[in-house]
Design a protein around this ligand. Structure first.
Ligand code: PLP
Length: 396
């Protein structure tokens, strides 16, 4: 396997203790918010020792801060990677990584079921570097193998994807990719290191929008990249140039949120499974996408590689846009909002939210129908969520 977990502790222990220095100033238990833009040197000797790599310390706020470092170490332990870099957002993590890893005039393979802004970045910005892109269907190993060219540098996919929760066979994908010298980056935002250990399966890099489950409280934006030192170090240097850093208060909120990650994921997983099963049996629901259901196209892969399937459930109601709007506007517990992974349940109609800017033809090509709903279960009581969805479905 590509990477061994630095520590063999369980995810619940790593969530709490990973990356935290046991001895803090004043014997505090928690890591402080280091609210400083720069770090001073006592004399020129210290400056020169630092420049020569003889001391391990911080220099200037764009290159590092002890509060971020704790988050980075915790994520490295949870993912089983050498190094993690923390960013201001998930998009910043993805764009900085692409800029760093894609040579001019190279080739990139991505999947169709891909976060819209990532797709936009590839089309609008990477094309200026002469990067060509091939889009393939998710979890199709044959089309992936066929898409690889001599100049292919990277394969990037989310797993599970948004909104259909397609699950990539990371191990098989990496076997094919590595034989042809292609690096594999997995956006594991929907899985988290609790549900899937993507690096252990051979991925070169794992990316998160930490805005979602890792932060977990709908109160911050952040992104992370984890992998080997060899791959991550250049990305860290690029961050120092491009400047998309998180502030120390945001990093501290993430550190605090991460402590309950394993605990929260248990409830997200059980709520997701309960709601998916409930919805699949409901006469007003045409179709449900959830990797924990046997009806999902990637159920077997998900069962093999994941220990839980997360809180996001996508379903299509047997109605038109008006009916879907009546349903969503009648829900009482969920907030109608984009995003996922926080303690509060969120709900959206992709057609009115992330896909509003696209033509009906484009939406159709992605399967985004007018009555498609994305439900991102929080950690509320399962019975209350089901009762609320039940009463809202009577309004369809
Ligand atoms: C939200 C999200 C992103 C973007 O992350 P931000 O933190 O909002 O910048 C990228 N990938 C996936 C899968 C996401 O859900």
């Amino acid at each position: 396997m590509a990477n061994e977990r630095p520590s063999k502790r369980g995810a619940a222990t790593s969530s709490v203790h990973g990356g935290e220095l046991r001895q803090q100033e004043a014997n505090a238990i928690t890591t402080p918010i280091y609210q400083t833009s720069t770090f001073w040197f006592k004399n020129s000797r210290e400056v020169m020792d630092y420049q020569e790599g003889k001391t391990d310390r911080e220099e200037y706020g764009r290159y590092g801060n002890p509060t971020w470092r704790a988050v980075e170490r915790k994520l490295s332990e949870l993912e089983g990677g050498d190094e993690t870099v923390l960013f201001a957002s998930g998009m910043c993590a993805a764009t900085t990584t692409f800029f760093t890893m894609l040579p001019r005039d190279s080739h990139l393979i991505v999947t169709s079921d891909c976060y819209r802004r990532t797709r936009q970045f590839i089309e609008e910005f990477l094309s200026r570097m002469g990067v060509e892109v091939t889009v393939i269907e998710p979890s199709n190993l044959e089309s992936f193998e066929n898409a690889i060219r001599d100049d292919t540098a990277l394969f990037f996919t989310e797993s599970p994807t948004n909104p259909y929760l397609r699950v990539t066979d990371v191990e098989a994908t990496c076997r094919i990719a590595h034989a042809r010298g292609v690096k594999v980056i997995i956006d594991s935002t929907f899985a988290t290191p609790v549900n899937q250990r993507t690096l252990d399966e051979g991925a070169d890099l794992v990316i998160h929008s930490a805005t979602k489950y890792l932060g977990g409280h709908n109160d911050l934006l952040a992104g992370t990249v984890t992998g080997s030192k060899e791959i991550v170090d250049p990305i860290r240097r690029a961050l120092g140039v491009l400047g998309g850093i998180i502030d120390s208060h945001g990093a501290w909120l993430l550190l605090r949120g991460l402590k309950t990650l394993a605990l929260r994921m248990d409830r997200h997983n059980s709520n997701g499974m309960a709601l998916a099963s409930y919805l699949e049996a409901h006469p007003k629901v045409r179709k449900v996408w959830y990797p924990g259901l046997e009806s999902h196209p990637d159920h077997a892969t998900a069962e093999r590689s994941m220990t839980g399937f997360g809180g996001v459930v996508t379903f299509e109601i047997d109605t038109d846009l008006e009916g879907a709007i009546r349903f969503i506007d009648s829900t009482r517990i969920p907030y109608q909002a984009p995003s996922l992974g926080g303690v509060e349940t969120l709900i959206e109609l992709p057609v009115t939210m992330s896909f509003w800017d696209y033509t009906p033809k484009q939406r159709e090509s992605w399967g985004i129908t007018d009555s498609l709903v994305r439900l991102a279960c929080g950690i509320e009581a399962e019975d209350d969520l089901i009762a609320d969805i039940e009463q809202a479905l009577t309004r369809v």
